[in-house]
Each structure stands twice: as C-alpha cells, then as structure tokens.
Write a protein that binds this ligand. Structure first.
Ligand code: ATP
Ligand code: MG
Length: 255
C-alpha cells in the first residue's frame, strides 16, 4: 500500500517544493514508485521538473473539478520511477469551485484512492496557505512533513499549522500523522539559525527530524536547469541530506 505524504507549511518560501522534488527524486532513485502532486497554482514543481505547465489543458485542476477524469490522464512520467501531476494558474480557480462542491474536502482523497496500489509514495506539494487545496491534501494524506526555514518569522507560523492539523485529525482524517519537521536552508555559521533550531527542538520535542537541509545556492540553480539536486551536483551536501531524508521516511514509524 502506497503512503500519501503532504508536504505542507502555510508560510511561503520555506522549501516545500524543493523538498517535494528532491525527496521524491531520492525515493525514485531507491526504486520506489513515486508520484508528485503539484497542488500549488504557482506550478513551480511542474516547471522545475521540465513540464511546460502553463500550456497544459489537463492538470490537477481537471481532476478536482471533473471527477470523471482519472489521475492517469493528467500524469506525466518525468524520470525513472517518478511521475508528476502538474498544476498551473487554473488551480487558483479550483479553490473557488471546490467551495460549492459536495464533499469538497475529500475530492483529492477520492481521486487518489485507487493509486495506492500503483505507487509506493504519493507526495503532495501544498501551496503557502491553509485554504481548501491544503485541506484537501491533509484529508488525502496518511502523513505530513513540515519543512521549516530556520528563521524567527518562519517559526511563528508553526502553532497555527499544528492547530489546523489537529482540527483535520478531529474532523476529517483521524489517521493523519506527523512524520516531523525538517529544518531547511540551515546555515550553521549563523547564530540566529542555530538559535531558531534549538528553540524549535525545545518547543516541539521529538517532532524535529535529525536530518537538516543546509543552505546551498545549488537548490536555487537546479529548477532553472529543470533538474533535481542529484542531477546538478550528486555529491552536494544538500543532495546527501535529501537521500538521508528518504531513508528516514522509508524507515519512519510515525507516531
Ligand atoms: N536548502 C536551500 N538552500 C538554499 N536555497 C533554497 C534551499 N531550499 C530551497 N531554496 C530556495 O528557496 C526558494 C524557496 O524554496 P521553495 O520554492 O522550495 O519554497 P516553497 O515553500 O515551496 O515556496 P512557496 O511557499 O512559494 O511554494 C527557492 O528559490 C528555492 O530554490
Ligand atoms: Mg512551493
């Protein structure tokens, strides 16, 4: 049975898309059949993996607004063991259209239901908001992974996120589990970053994973070349960290 993992944090620019792409690529390299779902109208994940998302007629939007369209009809095969359901700006409209739909929180869950036999992992890249797209991802997921930029302002949104997760667990998806918080863009030379990491570890004991993704300009360069971190610099420390994260996820027994 495949595991569905939502990569989520309502704070923008904390490394959600980078984590979805590179964790997905690392799992695929370990021969895990992996599907990435771009659930952000910015379409950054799709574009970073070389899909010309802005020109596409069939995207995640199609699945969410017409339940007769199967996921396979909008899926792109991008690398060995790695598939993508792309998104573009159309998805911003889905958020509004979902409001009027019956069972609006469960549209994504139902669409993914018969894919669990086909994939070992389905990773959902959430948008930087707590709207219906994120709620659909949390209702569809078995687990969530929270990338956290090691900065004061990024830390402040965590309580709100943990509240939403608790509400989703109560009302929509009692089985939802937190895999953990993964610190991103960490620069160990900065006192501030070290202090933030210590504070998060103290505030959320046992919730912060031992893998830390360091800051590296290679992460900004990779999407421009439509490549993963492994394809531009397999020996990069960041590449090693995402391989390690994939190992942690493979061995995870979420509480
Ligand atoms: N470890 C890292 N070191 C340096 N830069 C990084 C790292 N991870 C991500 N970045 C860069 O930071 C920016 C934001 O990352 P990313 O797009 O993954 O965040 P996001 O949370 O998905 O953003 P959004 O909320 O807009 O969807 C990007 O330019 C990305 O290339
Ligand atoms: Mg993103």
């Amino acid at each position: 049975m495949g595991r569905v993992i939502a990569i989520t944090n309502q704070k923008g620019g904390v490394g959600k898309t980078t984590t979805t792409i590179n964790l997905g690529a690392a799992l695929a390299q370990k021969e895990q059949y992996t599907l990435l779902i771009d659930s952000d109208p910015q379409g950054a994940l799709s574009i970073a993996l070389g899909i010309p998302a802005y020109d596409l007629e069939f995207t995640l939007y199609s699945i969410l607004t017409d339940t007769r369209i199967p996921v396979a009809a909008v899926t792109h095969h991008v690398r060995p063991h790695l598939d993508v359901v792309p998104a573009n700006i159309d998805l911003a409209g889905a958020e509004l259209q979902l409001v009027a739909m019956m069972g609006r929180e469960y549209v994504l869950r139902d669409a993914l239901a018969n894919l669990r036999d086909k994939y070992n992992f389905i990773l959902i890249d959430c948008p930087p908001s707590l709207g219906l797209l994120t709620v659909n991802a949390l209702a569809a997921a078995d687990e969530i992974l929270v990338p956290l930029q090691c900065e004061f302002l990024a830390m402040r949104g965590l309580d709100a996120l943990i509240d939403v997760v608790a509400r989703v667990q109560r009302r929509l998806n009692p089985k939802l589990k937190l895999i953990g918080i993964v610190p991103t863009m960490y620069n160990p030379r900065r006192i501030h970053a070290r202090a933030v990491l210590d504070k998060v570890r103290a505030t959320y004991p046992n919730k912060v994973l031992n893998v830390t993704i360091k800051e590296s300009v290679r992460f900004a360069e990779a999407p421009e070349q439509r490549r993963t971190i492994f394809e531009i610099d397999a020996n990069n420390e960041g590449a090693a960290a995402y391989r390690e994260l994939a190992e942690v996820i493979l061995n995870a027994q979420p509480e």
